[in-house]
Design a protein around this ligand. Structure first.
Ligand SMILES: CC(C)(COP(=O)(O)OP(=O)(O)OC[C@H]1O[C@@H](n2cnc3c(N)ncnc32)[C@H](O)[C@@H]1OP(=O)(O)O)[C@@H](O)C(=O)NCCC(=O)NCCS
Length: 188
């Protein structure tokens, strides 16, 4: 996730450090009923509960309800939640998407919530026309790094001393398979 405040777009090369571009993996398109697994879209009215979840997952961060509500007003920004358990916030623009935050409450972890939210975020980004997903993760965040590696993300960048505690951020990327254009495809 970004270091603080309203995140800026990530601009990094599509290729990894070795020049290799990861192959796209399967991304399920959201169906008419929305994402599976009890996940549903969150709106500005959900900002207080999202902020509470964020505070549980990131005790050292300050993402208040107002900041989250403001982010949700930005074009192409989408929040998906499993109410009371976790949420993911992403933004898609110009063919690329970024996960701004992914938070699962400690009591809900290791039961597939993070993976389900991540899969829903990938599908939502693909449905918005993104061909690649980016994110930042603290180098020492073993749980998140394992989650993202299992989902096919690879490292494409390093931001040294990026976070307030001067720890490094890894920039990760994953290709998204294009979704056929159609009347139901949401627009970023
Ligand atoms: C990272 C986080 C979102 C994972 O959520 P979760 O609901 O526990 O994740 P899941 O149960 O879906 O786990 C999916 C896979 O991720 C990996 N994983 C998750 N937590 C892990 C841990 N503590 N240690 C090692 N691997 C872990 C495993 O591969 C796991 O699969 P498995 O359970 O079959 O072994 C959660 O720990 C969290 O909110 N952490 C604090 C906030 C954070 O770091 N967010 C990401 C910022 S970039």
């Amino acid at each position: 996730m970004p270091a603080s405040g309203t995140p800026a777009p990530v601009a990094v090369s599509a290729a990894g450090p070795d020049g290799a571009v990861p192959r796209p993996g399967p991304v399920a398109a959201p169906d008419a009923d929305g994402p599976p697994g009890g996940i549903r879209a969150a709106g500005a009215a959900d900002a207080p509960s999202l902020a509470a979840l964020h505070a549980l997952a990131f005790p050292a961060e300050k993402w208040g309800p107002d900041a989250i509500a403001l982010m949700l007003e930005l074009p192409g920004t989408v929040a998906l939640q499993r109410p009371g358990e976790g949420f993911v916030l992403l933004r898609a623009a110009a063919g690329e998407a970024e996960i701004l935050t992914l938070a699962v409450a400690p009591a809900a972890r290791r039961r597939g919530c993070g993976g389900a939210l991540l899969a829903a975020a990938l599908a939502a980004a693909a449905a918005l026309g993104a061909l690649a997903m980016f994110l930042e993760v603290a180098a020492g965040n073993a749980a998140a790094r394992a989650l993202y590696a299992a989902a096919g993300f690879t490292q494409v960048g390093l931001r040294r001393r990026y976070y307030a505690d001067r720890s490094d951020a890894l920039v990760l990327r994953r290709d998204l398979a294009p979704i056929e254009d159609g009347p139901d495809r949401p627009r970023a």
